[in-house]
Design a binder for this molecule. Structure first.
Ligand code: HAX
Length: 441
């Protein structure tokens, strides 16, 4: 067994042995109450999932196994000469809870490189779609097409014991993660570069190889950006729509391919991952309307107001949980400040940060007026020549796979059951509310 799998197996076994007796003893303890508002609001804030990989605090942002992004930028291993962490490191951390050594990260890079083969039929399925198909549709379809390789589905069909589910699930997750950069780059090149594909370079790390296969910029700086990008988008605890969809589908014992494809379909919504393409669309439309590639702050403010008045959201702003500027926004801001502080588009993004929160705060119901991860990513990618913004959510999806698939390994290791919340009708709610009022007098 490879050392990472052995480490995971050991930790998973220890937790699995604790979990049943724990719930036997404490299963009836009450965690919290649910208000009618939370029920309508998509279970907002209701503690109802178990996720090991990361935890989100409204006032502090994401922590991966307890570590903040600035801490991880210091602690996780880096490629030679690069200031940004390798995404292999965050995967290792999420899967095991341990900060990996450079050797452990290097071994994972090699392992993923070996597992990265994409069967011809998957490429043929992508090619069968009209070239104008949205890249996220192509991506989700390709992941599903790869399901033919599922070791979990095969093992289940052969009668595997539930105590061993984690093993083929681990294999599927590793194989799937390994193949995603090739699939995503294939989609990018077919859609935007006439199918002029670039073969993988097995000597490169996961993110650098992805950057290389995209073929838009061969600088070390772009590789650094991809390492940062693929690290910070990896996870946002279990309740966000892509993580939750992946988990929900996996809870039926659908394999990793079905589950990730589900998660990616949720990520493709404009209130979630698609917001990264919407931000750039919004900014470019604003520039066009203002007749300038650097609109004034007054013009930005007016454009934001017009957007709100038209009953639309300002993409890249607001969050269901966070109540501060997203630390993932800040990490990208710092990268841009270091490498290209004079980039015009990036400066528009920074000017937006100065005026949009004020506009949003005028609407009382807005709970967070601050930029989220998607506010910055497009402008950073544009700087390096990755201008086709319809592709941006696929990049997010490659990264998000690290978090949701390490969580899926944990879900199977913990033996979590099929998810099944209770739904009620509006009639039930009205009767419930009336009864409560009666009791209250
Ligand atoms: N622009 C305009 N209105 C906004 C807004 C924004 N950026 N953010 C919130 N609002 C509005 C909501 O639409 C809602 O309006 P109503 O009262 O009229 O229904 C009100 O403010 C309250 O919303 P909320 O409770 O503050 O926010 P939610 O938890 O309901 O929604 C969203 C969180 C992220 C979906 C929301 O802020 C939004 O639509 N933002 C723009 C889209 C976006 O950037 N999404 C990406 C989020 C991060 C992410 O998942 N990345 O993948």
């Amino acid at each position: 067994m490879d050392p990472l799998k052995a480490t995971f197996a050991e930790k998973a076994k220890a937790l699995a042995s604790e979990i049943k007796p724990f719930f036997k003893e404490h299963g009836n303890k009450v965690v919290g109450e649910v208000t009618l508002g939370q029920l309508r609001g998509g279970m907002r804030g209701v503690k109802s999932l178990i996720t090991e990989t990361s935890e989100l605090s409204a006032d502090e942002g994401i922590r991966f196994r307890g570590y903040s992004i600035p801490e991880l930028k210091k602690l996780l291993p880096k490629a030679d000469g690069c200031t940004e962490p390798l995404p292999e490191g965050i995967f290792y951390l999420m899967l095991t809870g341990d900060i990996p050594t450079p050797e452990q990260v290097h071994a994972l890079s090699r392992d993923w490189s070996k597992r990265s083969y994409v069967p011809d039929h998957v490429l043929a399925v992508i090619d069968a779609l009209p070239v104008e198909t949205h890249p996220m549709t192509q991506y989700s379809t390709a992941i599903l097409a790869l399901q033919t390789d599922s070791k979990f589905a095969k093992a289940y069909a052969e009668g595997i014991s539930k105590y061993d589910y984690w093993d083929p699930m681990y294999e599927d997750c590793m194989n799937l993660i390994a193949s995603l950069p090739r699939i995503a780059a294939y989609i990018y090149r077919r859609t935007f570069h006439n199918g002029d594909h670039i073969a993988p370079n097995p000597e490169l790390d996961w993110a650098a190889n992805f950057a290389y296969m995209l073929g838009v910029n061969d600088s070390d700086e772009f590789k650094s950006l991809m390492r940062l990008y693929l690290t910070i988008h990896a996870d946002h605890e279990g309740g966000n729509a892509s993580a939750h969809s992946t988990h929900l589908t996996g809870s039926t014992l659908s394999d990793a391919y079905y589950s990730l494809s589900s998660g990616m379909n949720a990520l493709a919504g404009p209130l979630h991952g698609l917001a990264n393409q919407e931000v750039i669309k919004w900014v470019l439309n604003m520039c066009k309307e203002c007749g300038s590639d650097r609109p004034s702050k007054e013009q930005i403010e007016q454009y934001a107001r017009d957007t709100m008045a038209a009953g639309r959201v300002i993409p890249g702003y607001g969050h269901a949980v966070l109540r501060i500027p997203d630390p993932r926004f800040t990490a990208q801001y710092e990268f841009a400040k270091q490498y290209f502080p004079d980039d015009t588009l990036v400066n528009v993004i920074w000017d937006m940060f100065d005026v949009i929160p004020k506009v949003l705060q005028e609407k009382v119901s807005v709970k967070s007026p601050w930029p989220n991860v998607d506010a910055h990513s497009g402008a950073t990618l544009m700087h390096y020549g990755l201008k086709e913004f319809n592709f941006y959510t696929v990049l997010f999806g490659v990264s998000r796979a690290l978090g949701v698939l390490s969580s899926l390994c944990w879900s199977r290791a913990m033996g979590l059951p099929i998810e099944r919340p209770k739904s009620v009708s509006f009639k039930w709610l009205k009767e419930f509310a009336a009864k409560q009022e009666e009791v209250a007098g």
